[in-house]
Write a protein that binds this ligand. Structure first.
Ligand SMILES: [Zn+2]
Length: 139
């Protein structure tokens, strides 16, 4: 369970104090401060929706997105439909990607052979990083 912290005095002596405009309101017993946060479920949802759509646009398949993000491919398909995201058709293009921690990422970035000759995108993925490589001119 997550412990809420007062943004003002960092006390954890906070109690729920109603919901205002879809947001949970908290009350700090120590400094008498009221504050709100987005509902946690909602935050996680939008995080995964954005990441999933991003990966979809990068040419990564629904099944791969399911494996990478741990959300079902059906959800991803529904989000693609809901937000009208249309990835261009590119049957020959498939990006290569790696999921790395910060140290591995730094090592890879210092390798000139790896970064040479291709565009790439690095996106945060939980506590790791995902690197997606663009290799348009492979022939
Ligand atoms: Zn406080």
């Amino acid at each position: 369970m997550l412990t809420k912290e007062c943004p003002k005095c960092y006390s954890t002596k906070v109690t729920k104090s109603g919901i205002i405009k879809e947001r949970q309101r908290f009350y700090c017993k120590k400094c008498n401060y009221y504050f709100t946060v987005s509902k946690i479920g909602k935050e996680i949802d939008s995080y995964f929706v954005i990441k999933a759509l991003q990966l979809h646009l990068e040419g990564i398949s629904y099944r791969e997105i399911e494996r990478i993000l741990g959300v079902s491919h059906v959800s991803v398909m529904n989000w693609v439909k809901k937000y009208h995201v249309k990835a261009p058709d590119r049957p020959e293009y498939h990006p290569s990607y790696k999921i790395l921690n910060h140290k591995e990422l730094s090592l890879l970035m210092s390798d000139p052979d790896y970064i040479k000759g291709s565009g790439m995108l690095i996106t945060e993925l939980g506590d790791k990083f995902m690197i997606i490589k663009w290799e348009r001119f492979r022939d």
